[in-house]
Design a protein around this ligand. Sequence first.
Ligand SMILES: Cc1cc2nc3c(=O)[nH]c(=O)nc-3n(C[C@H](O)[C@H](O)[C@H](O)COP(=O)(O)OP(=O)(O)OC[C@H]3O[C@@H](n4cnc5c(N)ncnc54)[C@H](O)[C@@H]3O)c2cc1C
Length: 592
Amino acid sequence: MNAQVSPTHPPPDADTLQRDRSAAKQLFFGDIFEENLFPYPKMRERDREMLAPMLDAIDSFLTPRHADLKHWDRLAEQPPEFIQALRDMGLFGLIIPEEYGGLGLSNAAYARVLAQTSSHDSSVSLTIGAHSSIGMKGVLLFGTPEQKTCYLPKLASGEMIAAFCLTESGAGSDAASIRTKATRNDDGSWTLSGEKIWITNGGLAGLYTVFARTDTPDGKMTAFVVEAAWPGVSHGPHEDKMGIRASSTTTVAFADVRVPAENVLGEVGKGFKVAMAILNNGRTGLGGGAVGGIKNLIKLSIAQATERKQFGKAIADFGLMREKIAQMTIDCFAAESAVWMVAHYIDSGCTDYSIEAAMSKIFASEAIQRAGYEALQIAGGNGFMREFPYEQVVRDSRILTIFEGTNEILRLYIALSGLKDVGASLGELKSAVGNIFNDPIKGFGVLSGYANRRARETTGVGTDKILRELHPTLRKAAATYEKYVVELSMASDALLKKYGKGIADQQHAQKRIADIAIDLFVGCCVLSRVDTLVRENHAEVESALRIADAFTRQARRRMSRNVRGMDRNEDELIDVLAAGRIRAGHFPWDVV
Ligand SMILES: Cc1cc2nc3c(=O)[nH]c(=O)nc-3n(C[C@H](O)[C@H](O)[C@H](O)COP(=O)(O)OP(=O)(O)OC[C@H]3O[C@@H](n4cnc5c(N)ncnc54)[C@H](O)[C@@H]3O)c2cc1C
């Protein structure tokens, strides 16, 4: 492979980022938005310096405790001394600014720390991650100066551990339907009542970010900062879970809790936006954790495959075992490339990255589940034994496609958000389409009528703004993304034209659209990163080029299948089949 630096490419440290634009949304318009994808971002110098000793300290602390961590998984607990040790290491103050006693790490560096803890134990990552990614993130993003001064120092030291309280028994994916109620009192304070379920850190927290429906005429959601010590706040017992067993998960109840007016987080009635902003901002923590988990599985699998001999050979010599190790490597590189691109968007002050964050969460969470399955398979019977680490990783990683937005909901969100902008760009159709998608995650409402107009003219499908400045070695791979970004745009337009009012109900089509967009975004992140590695003449550049090639070929096959599936599919058949089964309520066949 012949690596030469293209004279037209901007220097690697050029800041071309357009902070109010979303590269993922542009994909739906047939545009690979190079400014926000190239060059691949570098971690801040300060973060690099801080990370090196911190990662070593994490390894030194957790490695000798592997037996304990396994035992605590069994017992479903993290002893108070262990939580205290996490406090002492500063792991609750990772992203809190130094002025409040934290370490002031960027999102990129924070995600890297979670990758390290996850390579040892997911429950440890959860305890730290639920605190930083979602529990106290609201105070950081929306807190008043007084709220920050009051709470951030205690949150940084871990004196107060934080939890995020949105989910209720009747409100999971449909978070907007919560029933926890906040009633305003004459003195301006609020009375909070309701119960939240499955709250991570519920049993440890000193501070809860709580979402409730306020008694304003429109009954909108508002966020509150609530101290665990206040009268009326309580939590239930530790849930007995399949995975991440040592991580605290409990109900949290609020029985007529008086919340002072100054503990409203953000604006009254804007709680849904606060919740979504926190979740979007926090997704790189989950993605970083998944990447750390996959790296550990790769290491374990290589050791297992080289040590284990069958048929007179190491099983690492067999094609079917090598295929698994290669696939884990491709998936890990791709997930890492996407997660750290999103972290860079957040750290750089980008304002529109929610789709990219959802894409990176979907890709990383599914990648670790594939990797866990395959690593266990490489280990054979040993993989099934509790003595070995694989079964725990499989159990622990299962949650990642469920919480912080299920992957189904996030796929619908990606598709509808992308389609919203395409619809909105259809000039005269703007008013008809725009409102329908304003809150895709909230309602998945219905698109009202729109005119029959050639979408392609208006949305500019087939523009020539493609990967012109990519390194020549990656040209062939780039051609795949150039082709399929136009296919995505045409498919989006065709969908809007075909389904009109019913577009929001076409979930099979939305899934295909989302999957094409995910492959495009993740693939562009991979190309960007490999492009930078080539230019820097990185020691492992040849392997990185192979990964880019392999990922792109696999992505091309997936995208091709999804594009073809837009018109030729068995969706109707499947729906009718499902309807019949759901009506009947059982599987009616037997061989007897
Ligand atoms: C271990 C654990 C820790 C958690 N930690 C927290 C926490 O700290 N704070 C917090 O607030 N919550 C937390 N949760 C809750 C978590 O965020 C929810 O479980 C998640 O949002 C999904 O909600 P649900 O479980 O009610 O599933 P449901 O919403 O009932 O969904 C069930 C299935 O239906 C699908 N589905 C739902 N709606 C649609 C639709 N419109 N179209 C297509 N498919 C759909 C879903 O994708 C899913 O597959 C936690 C959950 C667990 C298990």
